[in-house]
Design a protein around this ligand. Structure first.
Ligand SMILES: Nc1ncnc2c1ncn2[C@@H]1O[C@H](COP(=O)(O)OP(=O)(O)OP(=O)(O)O)[C@@H](O)[C@H]1O
Length: 901
């Protein structure tokens, strides 16, 4: 029958209430958890501190240089000596051949030779370091063939008048490679060109003077000494190089939030918390909105702290640029990174991988940002050729935009006089035109040869943060989740996704009926236990009546408040459609009446949890469906969830939330108001005897206490159908008995499906019991019925009088023959004075009838005692479990749906 659904809140009200409570959950778990805000604030502070210290270290390093010191009397450097190409200039060629200080030409000219020899002597060089040639072309060819072997070349053209040299023209070429040695980049001009030039000029002049005035003339004695030094100067202002190295550190702050968000999301899914919330009716929109808003809150906080700490440490990029601009850059960057975290979430199964993913993303971003900081592709040429493609592609990654923004902020505050960027200049400061066309206004920062101004960066990041969220939601639908549920990639194109198809009972159940007919006709179908077969037939008849229109899903029928029609579940990897498939549940039919507790027993791996997951909508069954109070699980799950309570096999609780907070959150998700949720939490905590510990975090609960919280959650908001998957695991005997009372109380007017490995529990609680093994139901019925069908049934134990047997040796034979006549069988065992009769073929009434007959003859036969025993459920369970190997004892049957036991 269809039950009236509880009045539901409107969609927007539901979303509002659910989002509020989910935000509260996120706030509490973050505040109390390992990802405490202290860590996030600490990350902002820590990285800004690192930037500050690195800046100080760099400034100290620069301060050693003469440039940054007061120089009153600069040191004069003598330029007389030509440095040795190997020892002073470290000219190393790859083939390790000797190097030369100077190549000269023409070597056949005696005046040239004279000049060069004087150069060698005056500069104290080794003669082997000078190589003579004939022409300039010869020297060029030598240089081409001998890389990095010569420091300089000189071609001297000697003018001759009257057989005497009167003047010299010379061409000097020097090696212009800049080399790093002696801890600095050495200027080739200073180190080689000027000394060679000075030496050639000096010795040429001396040689010309000697020939003009005669070598003995005093006029030929020319003194020549050159030295260089810089101007005396005040120290140069040491400029901060923060913009050059801060980007990776500030990017790292954003990665903290990224990893924290990813870990929290994946943990929520892996532990089953997300599914648990879905089971009580959490809307997908509430889930995503709550996470998104939570990201807004945390990223707002984190960005504010970055800016505040930056200002506290007196960084010009935070002090001189508009605060709003720096804040927005970090905030929008972090929001876009949250979008990336949501995307990774769709693919991740283990929260531990979040850190590795974080490292990978950081490393990727680090490499990319190094390129961005070199100025490409956000320069004036961004529209040229392939540049535009890279411009677009690189802009997709938020870290590149962060690096560009930081670079602009840095450039705008490069010196103490730099004005920084003001709010209303966020677009105009960046000028694409070539430098020459740019108009500079004093006090206004202008960046020439620039594209992607801050305004555009914000737009890109803002669009990204929404688009990445949409992509993440889409991926969340199409990537198989932890239960292998997923939608086809084109799901949003299917009109039924937006406007659900009206569910047609006839069409839908018609398919199940024809599948049933086909399976009945298959070989081995007749070997099923008769009770199981009868259950199937009764339910299949009901379906046929629904299909033929004689009955509707709403037809009053208390015995089938919940009816399961041929549920099958096959597990197969969606990534390998050709892989092996495994049928965990092989077509189960069963019904549970209103007010009944239905116990589902079975060995490990029998398929109990899979069946329960199919019935609660956690798993999509491969075939079949189920009606709960007239509603189809396949088509009307959202309605069913309003009257469904689920206690999963494993507790899906948040370690940092208290028992009370759990109950309040789940009650609100189920649609209760704040005040109602509070009251409900109080009542349920009392019901499971947790009131005393209600305000302790779950991390301080024992296994049994956690189990009780899970049971309490399943009882919230008066559900009509409750699934309890091993609810009493880990409870002590006293608490377990109390829990049994709770379950029995809860069963009134409801349907309870319970799985347990405790036979005692099933015996006491179960109105009906079914044993599932290897995905198939092997028996179904009351405890008594199962015991008589699958156990050794009833046994009658008769105790004879010991004294009489001693006195009259024939007495025993006499009594046995009379008893045999009364019972109708021979005893199966006779030990001392006790006879055991097997009544395995008798049902409870017949066995009781025999007991009564023997009871009446008790005095006449002089019997000491009588006992009627029934085999235990454990024996039944073992028999059925063993029965899979062929030893099942199949008993007779009476009606299936009668209220037995
Ligand atoms: N996601 C899955 N993919 C593949 N096989 C699965 C999956 N989940 C369960 N199974 C398999 O289905 C079978 C039934 O598992 P299920 O958890 O339903 O058993 P169970 O009766 O609840 O066992 P237990 O008493 O140990 O809880 C097992 O063989 C299990 O290995």
């Amino acid at each position: 029958m269809k039950i009236a659904l509880k009045p539901r809140q409107g969609y927007f009200k539901s979303v509002y209430n659910q989002v509020s409570v989910l935000l509260k959950k996120n706030a509490i778990t973050t505040l109390r958890g390992a990802n405490s805000p202290l860590l996030r604030i600490g990350a902002s502070f820590g990285f800004i501190l690192i930037i500050f210290l690195v800046d100080i270290a760099l400034q100290a390093d620069m301060a050693d240089s003469e440039l940054f010191q007061n120089v009153f009397d600069p040191e004069v450097r003598s330029l007389n000596a030509i440095p040795d190409c190997s020892e002073d200039l470290y000219l190393k060629n790859s083939d390790k051949k000797p190097c030369y200080n100077l190549l000269y030409a023409p070597q056949s000219n005696p005046y040239v030779k004279e000049v060069v020899e004087s150069v060698i002597v005056s500069s104290g060089s080794r003669p082997g370091r000078f190589l003579g040639m004939e022409t300039a072309a010869e020297m060029d060819a030598w240089l081409d063939a001998n890389k990095e072997r010569a420091q300089a070349t000189v071609f001297l053209d000697v003018e001759m008048v009257g057989g005497k040299p009167t003047g010299i023209d010379y061409d000097l070429q020097t090696n212009s490679s800049v080399r790093y040695f002696k801890n600095e980049f050495q200027s080739p001009n200073f180190f080689s060109q000027v000394p060679v030039q000075v030496a050639i000029e000096r010795e040429s002049t001396k040689m010309l003077a000697r020939y003009k005035y005669g070598s003995s003339s005093s006029q030929a004695d020319i003194s020549w000494s050159v030295g260089v030094n810089s101007f005396a100067h005040p120290p140069m202002v040491i400029e901060s190089r923060i913009p050059e190295f801060a980007a990776p550190f500030l990017y790292a702050v954003g990665m903290f939030n990224f990893v924290a968000t990813l870990t929290a999301l994946v943990t929520e899914r892996q532990t089953g918390q997300r599914q648990g919330m879905r089971n009580v009716g959490m809307l997908e929109s509430s889930f995503w909105i709550s996470w998104y808003l939570w990201e807004v809150v945390t990223n707002f906080m984190s960005s504010t702290f970055i800016v505040l700490f930056g200002m506290m440490f007196q960084f010009r990029i935070f002090l001189k640029n508009n605060y709003g601009l720096t804040f927005f850059l970090f905030f929008l960057f972090q929001m876009a990174m949250s979008g990336f975290a949501f995307i990774f979430f769709a693919f991740m199964r283990k929260p531990q991988s979040a850190v590795s993913i974080g490292f990978f993303v950081y490393f990727l971003g680090y490499i990319m940002t190094s390129v961005i900081l070199s100025g490409w592709p956000y320069d004036g040429k961004y529209e040229e050729g392939l540049n535009y493609v890279f411009y677009m592609i690189l802009s997709i990654f938020p870290w590149n935009l962060l690096a560009k923004g930081l670079q602009d902020f840095g450039d705008a505050t490069a010196t103490k006089e730099s004005p920084g960027i003001r709010w209303n200049e966020r677009s105009s400061y960046c000028v694409t035109d070539k430098f020459s066309d740019v108009t500079f206004t004093p006090g206004v920062y202008t960046k020439p040869n620039c594209s992607m101004p801050l305004d555009e960066i914000y737009s890109w990041l803002a669009v990204e943060m929404f688009i990445l969220l949409l992509i993440a939601i889409y991926l969340d639908h199409i990537v198989p989740n932890e239960h292998n549920n997923y939608k086809p990639f084109y799901y949003f194109l299917d009109p039924h996704y937006w406007f659900p198809k009206k569910y047609n009972g006839e069409e839908h159940f018609g398919q199940i009926v024809s599948d049933k007919q086909a399976s009945d006709a298959s070989p081995g179908a007749g070997e099923r236990n008769e009770d199981v077969r009868r259950e199937e037939d009764v339910l299949a008849d009901k379906l046929r009546r629904i299909v033929s229109g004689q009955e509707t899903t709403e037809t009053e029928d208390e015995r089938t408040a919940m009816a399961v029609f041929g549920i099958k579940k096959t597990y197969a990897s969606p990534f390998s459609p050709c892989g092996t498939k495994f049928e965990a549940v092989k077509g189960v039919w069963l019904s549970v009446g209103e007010g009944q507790i239905f116990c589902l027993l079975g060995p490990n791996g029998a398929g109990k949890t899979t069946l329960i997951n199919c019935l609660t909508g956690t798993l999509k069954p491969t075939c079949g469906d189920s009606l709960m109070f007239g509603y189809s699980v396949k088509y009307e799950l959202d309605k069913i969830r309003t009257f469904l309570g689920v206690c999963p096999q494993f507790d899906t609780l948040w370690e940092t939330l208290t028992g009370r907070e759990h109950l309040e959150i789940f009650a609100t998700l189920k649609g209760m108001s704040k005040a109602e949720a509070k009251l409900e939490a109080e009542q349920k905590l009392e019901m499971v005897q947790l009131s005393k510990d209600a305000d302790k975090p779950v991390s301080q609960y024992s296994g049994g206490m956690r189990r009780r919280v899970s049971v309490a959650i399943s009882l919230i908001h008066d559900p009509s159908v409750i699934f309890l998957d091993e609810p009493t695991t880990g409870l002590d005997p006293v608490t377990r008995r109390h829990m049994w009372t709770v379950i029995q109380e809860a069963a009134k007017g409801r349907v309870i499906v319970l799985t347990t490995h405790s036979m005692e529990e099933a015996d006491i609680l179960g109105n009906r019991i079914a044993i599932l093994s290897k995905g198939e139901l092997h028996c179904i019925g009351s405890s008594v019925r199962l015991k008589s069908n699958f156990g050794s049934g009833y046994k009658l134990l008769v105790q004879l009088s010991k004294e009489r047997i001693m006195r009259e040796p024939t007495h025993a034979e006499d009594v046995i023959s009379k008893l045999n006549a009364l019972v109708g069988y021979q005893p199966i065992d006779q030990s001392n004075d006790t006879l055991t009769y097997s009544l395995s073929h008798f049902d409870a009434d017949a066995a009781r009838g025999i007991l009564e007959k023997v009871e009446k003859a008790k005095a006449e036969l002089g019997l000491q005692g009588l006992q009627l025993n029934l085999s235990s459920l454990e024996e039944v369970f073992l028999n059925v479990a063993r029965g899979q190997t062929g030893a099942v004892v199949v008993g007779g049957s009476t009606g299936v749906l009668e209220a037995e036991g």
